[in-house]
Design a protein around this ligand. Sequence first.
Ligand SMILES: C[S@@+](CC[C@H](N)C(=O)[O-])C[C@H]1O[C@@H](n2cnc3c(N)ncnc32)[C@H](O)[C@@H]1O
Length: 304
Amino acid sequence: MCWRQSIRPNCWRPWANELDSALTIGELLHRDAVRLRAALQLDVRTSAMEARLLLAAACGVEPVWLLAHDRDLPHSGQIAIYLATLERRLSGEPMAYILGEREFFGLMLRVTPEVLIPRPDTELLVELALARLPQRGGCRVIDLGTGSGAVALALAHTRPDADVLGVDRSEAALAVAADNARRLGMNNVTLLCSDWWQSVPAGRFELVVSNPPYIAAGDRHLGQGDVRFEPLQALVGGRDGLDDLRRIVPDACMRLTPGGWLLLEHGWDQAAAVRSLMAAAGLKQIESCADLGGNERVTLGQAG
Ligand SMILES: C[S@@+](CC[C@H](N)C(=O)[O-])C[C@H]1O[C@@H](n2cnc3c(N)ncnc32)[C@H](O)[C@@H]1O
């Protein structure tokens, strides 16, 4: 869509009796930032940004363009698209699903309701993993529970010499990951449908990384915010949240090369339990790392 033709200058208001069509870009953004703030308890900055992102997407322009054209009137078709997406957001649907994309580790990824929305928290997992990849020579990496491909693609993009295998049980999630790999032109990522290690071909990895489901069934957070819209199989790890971690760790130790690393993301209160799982499986140099909020969210261990 070409915005130069579709945004009306503020001199012609054929729909002046229809409130939404009579509002300028600036007026729409102000009104709807207030609505979003009230409906979703957002802060001022976030609500203004969300309104701007939705209107920019509907108009086919960059968000910053709207700031410089706040006295223009959007086209009726653009307003219709904008209001439809605004209603979805007002009902709580995550921005990432409405816009169909989310940035992760500098990569713009397509996301759908079939995949977990990649979180900034998970960038810690990627940073720690990159720091432990052998600096020279090719290396094999496996990302268990790859979802949108966020972790696998971030690692593969930063280390084009690595062979990265992304595994998920969900075919729908793997289709999204494959689409992301294709869009980003990544040819060092392979995707595989498997129930954790079950169908992973024999062979060892220098690095095993996973952000598995780790929320306890019945946790109140499952009924709050974006999480309500995300796939349960990406979130819930049994009664105490540790079921999947219990399945991943023992096999991971047998699949690491000597000196290879296992890195796992987990809940803020699960670090001690994950350290115990790694110790029981025979890993060494076990350590939990805190995020910027001071919570231990990643635990790692090395094969002897
Ligand atoms: C928390 S999400 C992580 C997605 C992505 N790695 C990220 O960090 O954004 C967990 C992923 O594990 C997958 N998963 C759940 N159970 C699985 C299983 N038994 N085998 C393989 N993958 C599984 C889910 O489909 C989901 O994509």
